[in-house]
Ligand binder design. Structure first.
Ligand SMILES: [Zn+2]
Length: 437
C-alpha cells in the first residue's frame, strides 16, 4: 500500500479529474460594467420596499471568544476603560452590581476590535460571562463583509453580492431560531458568519479607499435580501466550490427534513473550474490562491471516526456512497472489519475529522482507492475548494466581478431561481465601481 502521493501520481490524479464542461464561458468575454466616475454618493440606507420582508433594525451577536470569561475589559475611543466581572453569579460593571443583562453603550474596543451598538453582559449558566452586541443590521452586515471578504482587492460587485447574502442569512437565521424557540441571536464565528466588529481602516490612502468601497457597497444594497418565492432564500455561501457548487437539498438535508427548507441548486463555477485546470496543468496548487489541497488522516483520527459512527474500530475502507453532479461526496461509505458498511453524510464525517482538515467534499483522489483496504494505516485525501459548496462561491464571485458581472448577475448565478427583494436601484454595481480605482 502506498500512502504517499508522489508528484507524478498527483498530476495523474488531477488530470484524471479534469473540470467539467462549463456553461459560463461567456464570463470573461462579457463587457465590464460601465463605470461612471462622477456619480453622486449612494443614498443613505432605506427601509426595504416592495414585496420584501420587514427587516429587523438591529441584531444581537454573541462574542463567542469571550463566552465564559470571568472578566471583560474594554475601552472607549478616547475615553475611560471599563471592566465587567462575574462575582458570585452576578454581573458587576466598573465595580458596581448591575441587573442582567447589563448594558454598556458603544462604541467600545474589546480585544482590539471596535464594536458599535450596545454591549449586553450576562452570566453563563456554567459560570463566567456572556458578551453580546446589539448592533444595527447594516452595521453588522458591513462588519461581516469586512470579515468574510478580502476587501483590499475586492471589486464592488463582489462586496455587494456578499452583503446581500450575509444580510439574507442573518435575517433568515434569526427568524428560524425565533420560530424554533431558541434565542434569536447570531454567533460571531464562521458557524454563523464571521463578525469582528466595525472595519477600522489604517491611515494609508489605499486603506481608506478600501473602507469607502466597502461602505458604498453595503449602502448600495441596504435592506435588500434574496427571496425564494415568498420566503427568504437559504443564502448559504462558502469559500471555494472547486468547480461546481452543490444543491442545498443534498448538503443541508436536516434543514430540508425538519422545516421544509428550500435553497439553491448546484451550478457550474467557471472561475473555479478554470483554476482547477490550471493547477492540474502545473501539477501543484496555485501559490497565491490555492484551490487544491491534500490531507492525511492518521490511524488515531480514523479510530475516532469509527467511534463517532458506531463502528467496532477504525474503518477498513472509505469511499463515496453518493456524489452529486459536480463529483462532490455527499455520503461516505465506511466499511468496518466485519464487512458491515455504515453510510454517513459527508458533512457529518467532515465535522468529526475537522472542517479545517477535510476542507471540502470535492475529493478528486484518495489513497488507498475506495476499493482498497486501509490495512491499519492512514487515509490520504486530495480535494479542491473550501467549505460546504452550497450557494455563493466567494472565490468564483471574486473572479466574476472582475470579469464585469454585476452583483445581481452573480447572485442569480449562484442562487438559481432566487430573486432580489427589490431591484438594486441606481445600478448599485456601477455606482460602487466608480470608486474602484
Ligand atoms: Zn467556485
Amino acid at each position: 500500500m502506498n500512502l504517499c502521493l508522489t508528484s507524478a501520481c498527483l498530476a495523474l490524479a488531477m488530470a484524471g479529474c479534469a473540470p467539467r464542461v462549463s456553461t459560463l464561458g461567456e464570463a470573461s468575454t462579457r463587457p465590464p460594467a460601465k463605470v461612471t466616475a462622477t456619480r453622486p454618493l449612494p443614498r443613505p440606507p432605506q427601509a426595504p420596499q416592495g414585496r420584501g420582508p420587514t427587516l429587523p433594525a438591529s441584531v444581537v451577536v454573541e462574542l463567542t471568544r469571550l463566552t465564559g470569561a470571568t472578566e471583560i475589559r474594554w475601552s472607549r475611543p478616547g475615553g475611560r476603560p471599563g471592566l465587567a466581572e462575574q462575582i458570585g453569579g452576578r454581573v458587576f460593571v466598573n465595580g458596581a452590581p448591575a441587573a442582567a443583562p447589563a448594558r454598556v453603550d458603544g462604541p467600545l474596543v474589546i480585544d482590539g476590535r471596535t464594536y458599535d451598538g450596545t454591549l449586553l453582559l450576562s452570566t453563563c449558566a456554567d459560570g463566567g460571562l456572556t458578551a453580546r452586541i446589539d448592533v444595527g443590521l447594516e452595521a453588522y452586515v458591513e462588519g461581516v463583509v469586512a470579515s468574510e471578504t478580502s476587501i483590499w482587492s475586492a471589486a464592488a460587485a463582489e462586496l455587494e453580492a456578499q452583503a446581500i447574502a450575509a444580510r439574507t442569512y442573518a435575517v433568515a437565521t434569526l427568524q428560524q431560531r425565533a420560530a424554533g424557540g431558541t434565542e434569536a441571536q447570531l454567533a460571531d464565528g464562521v458557524m454563523d458568519q464571521a463578525f469582528q466588529g466595525r472595519h477600522v481602516p489604517g491611515s494609508s490612502a489605499r486603506a481608506r479607499e478600501a473602507a469607502d468601497r466597502l461602505t458604498r457597497a453595503v449602502r448600495a444594497t441596504a435592506g435588500v435580501v434574496l427571496l425564494r418565492g415568498d420566503r427568504l432564500e437559504e443564502a448559504r455561501y462558502h469559500a471555494a466550490c472547486g468547480g461546481h457548487t452543490s444543491a442545498f437539498r443534498d448538503v443541508f438535508r436536516k434543514e430540508v427534513r425538519e422545516r421544509d427548507a428550500r435553497g439553491p441548486t448546484g451550478t457550474p463555477c467557471t472561475p473555479c473550474a478554470r483554476r482547477a485546470a490550471q493547477e492540474s496543468m502545473a501539477g501543484a496548487p496555485d501559490a497565491t490562491r490555492p484551490l487544491g489541497w491534500i490531507e492525511e488522516l492518521s490511524p488515531s483520527t480514523l479510530a475516532r471516526v469509527g467511534r463517532a459512527f458506531g463502528l467496532p474500530g477504525a474503518p477498513r475502507r472509505i469511499g463515496p456512497a453518493r456524489t452529486d453532479a459536480g463529483g462532490r461526496w455527499l455520503d461516505v461509505a465506511l466499511e468496518s472489519n466485519d464487512g458491515a458498511v455504515t453510510r454517513v453524510p459527508f458533512e457529518a464525517f467532515r465535522k468529526v475529522v475537522g472542517y479545517s482538515v477535510l476542507r471540502s467534499g470535492a475529493l478528486v483522489a484518495t489513497v488507498p482507492n475506495p476499493s482498497d483496504p486501509l490495512l491499519g494505516g492512514g487515509w490520504r485525501a486530495q480535494g479542491r475548494g473550501r467549505g460546504h459548496g452550497v450557494g455563493l462561491c466567494q472565490e468564483g464571485s471574486r473572479d466574476l466581478s472582475r470579469a464585469g458581472w454585476t452583483s445581481a448577475d452573480i447572485l442569480a448565478h449562484y442562487y438559481p431561481g432566487a430573486t432580489l427583494s427589490r431591484p438594486l436601484a441606481g445600478d448599485a454595481s456601477e455606482l460602487a465601481a466608480a470608486t474602484d480605482r
